[in-house]
Design a protein around this ligand. Sequence first.
Ligand SMILES: Cc1cc2nc3c(=O)[nH]c(=O)nc-3n(C[C@H](O)[C@H](O)[C@H](O)COP(=O)(O)OP(=O)(O)OC[C@H]3O[C@@H](n4cnc5c(N)ncnc54)[C@H](O)[C@@H]3O)c2cc1C
Length: 382
Amino acid sequence: MDFTIPEDIKHMQDLTRRFVKEEVLPREEEIEERDEIPEDIVKKLKELGFFGVTIPKEYGGLGIGTLGWSIMNIELGKGHPAIGGFLSLNNGTGWRGLYLYGREDQKQKYLPGVASGDIITAFGLTEPEAGSDAANIQTHADKEGDNYVINGRKHFISNGPIADLVTVMVVTDKAKRARGGISAFLVEKGTSGFRPGQTHRKMGNKGAQQSELIFEDCVVPASNMVGQLGDGFKVAMCTLDETRLTVLAGAVGMAERCMEMSRDYAKMRVQFGKPIAEFQAIQWMLADMATEIYASKMMLYNAAWRYDQGERITREAAMFKLYASEMVCRCADRALQIHGGMGYMKELPIERIYRDARLLRIVDGTSEIQKLIIAKDILKEG
Ligand SMILES: Cc1cc2nc3c(=O)[nH]c(=O)nc-3n(C[C@H](O)[C@H](O)[C@H](O)COP(=O)(O)OP(=O)(O)OC[C@H]3O[C@@H](n4cnc5c(N)ncnc54)[C@H](O)[C@@H]3O)c2cc1C
């Protein structure tokens, strides 16, 4: 068992750390206030190749895999998480299904643009009537000659207002649903009958954009299908396995920042004549944070490495997602407590992290759904 981080990943980790220090931290309030990632930061991300970290080299990416991207996203989580969230779509969620199930000509057509950041991607599964119960989606596609006609509405879709390419899951056989009745299609921006709908206002997660996606007699060629007819549910679930690792890697970075800020503040803040770091109540909170961060990092490294070796890690991804999302909420809460009133003030990023962390127990499958996935897998055994 060798836990040494490979040289190419170490290099990207250092690069990301520098990028966060020099480009993101001085601008984090601006991202929060403007509720967008500034254009010049997006340009820099393109120059650094950060849109295509996980895309194999033959399609124009850096090809450093899920472990590499996870380690980078830990670093991005220490800045403003909007950036890691935005990049996560182009580093997997927006095209993983295409890569695993798509045809070679589809990969050749889209992946180089995704890797360069010229094609911004989105993943369209959730609908007003189908969140946790994803098999209950209503958006449907009917075959007409060589085309499919899509009708319906998605909501809460990340990158929805700006995406150039969406992998969208639709019903093609109502009787079969998750068992071969859902198919995945690639829908390009500008396709007649397809448009982003209302954007969503949120308690946190500023700088990231979510909206509805509206399909009204949207005609797509049958050749835009990802995989075979009825593969859509598999496409979505395989995508989520990887997404649960890489997106939640950002949570580990957020928690590390909470811990480091709390450590520094506790050493500096004096009450009752001594630094609050000398009070055992504070020390215990720091110890709990460090322990839980270490545990979640080990879970992530192990599961991401195994994913890169081609193993199926559905249970491990659900366990990590569950643990890391709950862990970051506890860390943000402790950090706020250690900072006292200052933690509640907008001058420090703690209150933002507290709000941002809360999303992670919901997005990409709630904590309750992760427990169902884990339990189902346990009950299959024995
Ligand atoms: C900011 C943001 C970005 C998002 N981005 C995307 C995206 O890019 N693409 C996309 O497709 N979706 C996206 N989503 C949707 C997200 O994945 C869903 O919100 C999530 O899966 C939960 O669905 P829901 O909101 O409909 O909640 P519901 O499914 O209505 O759940 C409500 C509550 O009931 C609980 N519950 C439901 N079923 C069970 C059960 N069987 N047992 C126990 N408890 C249960 C849930 O855990 C939850 O606590 C995004 C959501 C947000 C908030």
